[in-house]
Design a protein around this ligand. Structure first.
Ligand code: SAH
Length: 367
């Protein structure tokens, strides 16, 4: 593990000279290759409900957004998506939703249990801040991973953009620790370029990823949503303009690269939000700056545009099969290959073409 100080991280985050940035991305890419290899893991995303009880100032799903038609997938629809994930050769499904109280602990438990029994998929949940008993129940049913971004390590900014539901409840960092204790692979992460977010706090975010020893780290640009207080400009967290981190793609690539260097064997996706701000190259450039995971969308197309955490999301109309083909094409064009296993942290996959060579070598050795 490379030890970068906060000053080193800040220098990297403020870097703008093209040659230096190229060096940074190349360094991150070689750390990625050495520690997690050339496999790019495919995690099929199922956005199971857009109902949300929270009032996050950045997110289009916030309860106060009355402009949005809400949906909740049926159990059968979710199970069909999981079967499709397996048919498409994905190793994992991620079930994500707003904080929807109608997704009861027992209902989710049954779905997790069914997917684990009927498929060989890893199951990742991303259902927001849920009670420890619920997290425990789902873990016992077989859930493998949980994603809960802490959004920013700046506590004051976090409180301003993420009003808490119960003042005494655990914060997201504490919940990530709980998830690890329960035996989940835990995923955290942040948005980049939130109004009020400084370069220094981004450096702290990376140090927090390392301190928590996260298994998965999601990093994407903040994208303003006009139906939210932060996106409409109604809420303006105070900051000196020279300290404000931009929400552009370069800032995201720098965050990805530095995070890869500091957390060499974490699973790091090239996110849909990144593909949204650069539809042609975003996903590939993320994979070249340290990322090793992509999250093809499996949500039925009729629901996709309703899961509007931010506007103009990439790949909104593509069928699951199109998403699959497009992403595999992008992976191959980088000279990498799509992972075939569940892609847990710490597994290093070989390309399929090497496997027959190895087995024939073994046969020769035994002969
Ligand atoms: N309710 C779950 C899932 C939320 S959506 C939870 O809160 O964990 C998943 C992620 O989308 C969030 O964690 C956040 O980082 C991201 N997101 C939400 N609004 C966004 C916006 N306006 N721009 C970019 N990313 C956003």
């Amino acid at each position: 593990m490379t030890v970068l100080s906060k000053a080193d991280l800040l220098e990297g985050l403020r870097e703008s000279r093209p040659a230096r940035l190229q060096e940074l991305y190349e360094r991150a890419d070689s750390v990625r290759k050495e520690h997690v290899g050339d496999a790019v893991h495919l995690r099929g995303l199922i956005e199971i409900s857009s109902h949300c009880a929270r009032q996050c100032m950045y997110c289009g799903l916030r309860a106060a957004n009355r402009d949005l038609e809400r949906y909740r997938m049926t159990r059968e629809e979710i199970l069909n998506c999981a079967l499709q994930a397996e048919r498409l050769g994905y190793g994992t499904v991620v079930m994500q939703a707003g904080e929807d109280d109608r997704l009861t602990a027992e209902w989710i438990e049954e779905i997790v249990w069914w997917i684990k029994r009927e498929t060989s998929l890893a199951v990742t949940l991303s259902l927001g801040e849920r009670r420890q008993e619920e997290l425990q129940l789902w873990r016992t049913a077989g859930a493998d991973r949980y994603l809960l971004r802490f959004e920013t390590s700046d506590k004051k900014l976090f409180r301003a953009i993420h009003p808490s539901r119960s003042p005494a409840g655990p914060d997201r960092i504490a919940l990530l620790r709980t998830l690890k204790t329960l035996g989940y692979e835990a995923g955290g992460g942040v948005m980049v370029g939130i109004p009020g977010q400084s370069f220094a706090s981004l450096a702290d975010d990376i140090l927090t990823f390392r301190a928590l020893d996260l298994d998965m780290i999601g990093i994407g640009p903040y994208i303003g949503h006009a139906s939210t207080p932060l996106g409409s400009g109604a809420l303006r967290p105070p900051i000196d303009p020279s300290e404000q981190a931009p929400s552009n793609e370069e800032m995201v690539y720098k965050m990805l690269a530095l995070t890869r260097i500091v957390c060499p064997n974490a699973n790091i996706p090239s996110t849909t939000a990144l593909a949204t701000i650069n539809k042609v190259h975003g996903r590939k450039l993320g994979l070249k700056a340290g990322a090793n995971v992509v999250m093809p969308n499996l949500t039925p197309v009729k629901y996709r545009r309703l899961y509007q955490i931010y506007p103009a999301k990439a790949c909104i109309d593509e069928s699951a099969t199109d998403c699959n083909q497009c992403l595999r094409g992008q992976i191959h064009s980088l000279g990498r290959f799509a992972g075939r296993g569940t892609g847990a942290r710490g597994t290093l996959e070989m390309p399929a073409s090497i496997v027959p060579d190895l087995s024939s070598a073994l046969v020769q050795l035994q002969a």
